[in-house]
Design a protein around this ligand. Structure first.
Ligand code: GTP
Ligand code: MN
Ligand code: MN
Length: 602
């Protein structure tokens, strides 16, 4: 018997049986129950430095850089599976295999896959431990990089295991990098496997991941649990698991609003969540930058909480000009960087962070100068840092109920067509906006960059069931509200519209506070808008641009509703709805018909 099964730190029989079963299958050298302590962090980071997986970042306290295998840098959507019994339940937007097929295939891969390695058992909780029903998980992994990343990203360790007691329900999440070591074989700095599977069993609430060490594929509490499995739980239990930031906005009069925003990966959630308003007297506080769980409050309103404990942000483009609060968060240290450059001075650098250093080591470990051909950092390089270090973290962050939502923003990255901001007519129209959300693809997932695709509610890669059922659940959430006036108002934003020369029309970042101001003033009935075929839109004079040095033509162009562009969008939406098929709610076809007739198309 491998050590670690004797004297385990829990008497949870189900958990012990699962750990024993996985150990028997994967045959690790030893089992370590992760306690989440500082000593564990120190031990594992030192070990990883010795192995060459991590390099210290001396310019920042207790911070490290990981360079991944160049073939393991992003989420692998093509290798992500929803394994429901009935393929219809996974729907047309997910890859599907039967649970039996996937279990058989992956059991073969897992057989002996941890040979020569340590198997870590990570008890974790997504969301507050004080929640009415804490959302426990246990990740088993053979990657120490995953353990230290989970230290940052989730509440984990002994206190969670204790809270689980002897019989708590939990989501079992199994991860192996798929790189067993033969006796005497030396390890590589970033073990992984060319064969990758990120599999979800929504009916039994299980996650099996194999072959990748990259965060989105390996930190299984995040996308796999909090979004894919979470969305399936939410459908069954009457709540929503969403790819959303959460922020608190306070007006100069001291009025407090809470806004969530769903933008696809690498489209500005982390930036907006930590925004520094450029308009005087307005204040933003952060609650979450990637995932929100939306549940009904006792007051009949929809409340949002952030199940995560850290920030896993896109590094390139982050600097004191665009996202000063992210920089201040990182500056405090205890941060893991992945695939960024390291300067001669021992600090991190990436594209978009001011002047490039004269000399650096790039993300592949090669010498790099500003004259080098390639990028210093991978476009999907990341910082992983404790959310508690964020200087503008809201004091409501730890509240298990979350915060009541006033407005939901949907947004994508579109060079044309989509105006800076549009308010939906009502909840169902808002669901239509979310369901037809489109965006140009980014480096956050493997594949071609810059292609327009539908990304409903920014959840295309994360809906754990049939997308038609998911839209129906959204519409149903609106219907189950005891009072429609208590529902959040929905807005559609686009920070990424471009002029003929390819430049952004809207300055974005801190200036987005001007859009937030219009949003909350709409809620108050203070701001003006005009009704257009696509919803309620501001005129240039409705946006506060005081102190903003901006060409009025650019502002007008960023706000413009161009019927011709919208007509060109119609067949794409029709194609999309047809693809969703017979589970698409009829209300959404009715919304499309209504839009057509408002545009004068029949
Ligand atoms: P994930 O963490 O992958 O889910 O993505 P995210 O939505 O958090 O994206 P993030 O905030 O990290 O933004 C990524 C990219 O969008 C960076 O290149 C930013 O510079 C850019 N970006 C963010 N906000 C704006 C904006 O208002 N305007 C423009 N032009 N770019 C922006
Ligand atoms: Mn994300
Ligand atoms: Mn982010």
């Amino acid at each position: 018997m491998v050590t670690g099964l004797k004297n385990p730190p829990t008497d949870h029989a189900g958990l012990l049986a699962w750990v024993a079963e996985v150990a028997e299958l994967t045959t690790p050298d030893q089992i370590v129950w992760c306690d989440g302590s500082d000593a564990e962090w120190k031990r594992l980071t030192s070990e990883l430095v010795a192995f060459g997986t991590l390099e210290p970042v001396p310019a920042k306290p207790d911070s490290f850089l990981a360079r991944t295998n160049p073939n393991d840098v992003a989420r692998v959507e093509e290798r992500t599976f929803i394994c429901s019994t009935n393929p219809e339940d996974a729907g047309p937007t997910n890859n599907w295999t039967s649970p039996e097929y996937m279990r058989e295939t992956m059991t073969d891969l897992y057989r002996g896959s941890m040979r020569g390695r340590t198997m870590y058992v990570i008890p974790f909780c997504m969301g507050s431990l004080e929640a009415e029903k804490p959302m426990f998980g246990v990740e088993i992994t053979d990657s120490a990089y995953v353990v230290i990343s989970m230290h940052i990203m989730a509440r984990m360790g002994t206190h969670v295991l204790e809270a689980m007691g002897g019989d708590a329900e939990y989501v079992p999440a199994l991860h192996s990098v798929g790189a067993p070591l033969e006796p005497g074989q030396s390890d590589v700095s970033w073990p992984c496997n060319d064969t990758k599977y990120i599999s979800h069993f929504p009916e039994t609430r299980e996650i099996w991941s194999y072959g990748s060490g990259y965060g989105g594929n390996s930190l299984l509490g995040k996308k796999c649990y909090a979004l894919r499995i979470g969305s399936a739980m939410g459908r069954d239990e009457g709540w929503l698991a969403e790819h959303m930031l959460i922020l608190r906005l306070t007006s100069p009069e001291g009025k407090v609003y809470h806004i969530t925003g769903a933008f696809p990966s690498a489209c500005g959630k982390t930036n907006l969540a930590m925004l520094e308003p450029t308009i005087p007297g307005w204040k933003v506080e952060t609650l979450g930058d990637d995932i929100a769980w939306l549940r009904w409050g006792e007051d009949g309103r929809l409340w949002a909480s952030n199940p995560e404990y850290g920030l896993f942000g896109v590094a390139p483009g982050t600097d004191y000009r665009t996202n000063p609060n992210a920089m201040r968060t990182i500056e405090k240290g205890h941060t893991l960087f992945t695939n960024v450059a390291l300067t001669e001075e021992g600090d991190v650098w990436w594209e978009g962070m001011g002047e490039p250093p004269a000399n650096a080591t790039d993300w592949k470990g090669n010498e790099w100068t500003p004259d080098s051909e390639g990028l210093s950092s991978h476009p999907n390089s990341r910082f992983c840092t404790p959310i508690k270090q964020c200087p503008i973290l809201s004091d409501a962050y730890e509240d298990p109920r979350g915060v009541p939502i006033d407005a939901i923003l949907f947004g994508g990255r579109r060079a044309t067509t989509i105006p800076l901001v549009t308010q939906a007519r009502d909840w169902t129209h808002g669901v239509y906006m979310g369901a037809t959300l489109s965006s140009e693809t980014t480096a956050a997932a493997v594949g071609q960059v810059g292609v327009v695709r539908r990304d409903p509610m920014a959840m295309l890669p994360f809906i754990g069931y049939n997308a038609g059922d998911y839209f129906d659940h959204w519409i149903g959430m609106g219907k189950s509200a005891d009072d429609e006036s208590k529902l959040p108002s929905v807005f559609y934003v686009n920070w990424f519209r471009r002029d003929e020369d390819g430049g952004f029309l809207w300055p974005g970042f801190g200036e987005n506070s001007r859009v937030l101001k219009w949003v909350v003033e709409r809620l108050e009935g203070k701001a003006e808008a005009v009704e257009t075929p696509i919803g309620f839109n501001p005129r240039p004079e409705d946006i506060d641009v005081e102190g903003l040095d901006m060409d009025p033509n650019d502002l007008a162009a960023s706000l413009k509703v161009d019927p011709e562009e919208w007509k060109a969008e119609l067949p794409l939406v029709e194609e999309w709805f047809t693809k969703i098929g017979n589970r698409l709610p009829t209300q959404l076809w009715a919304e499309l018909d209504a839009l057509k007739s408002r545009l004068g198309v029949d």
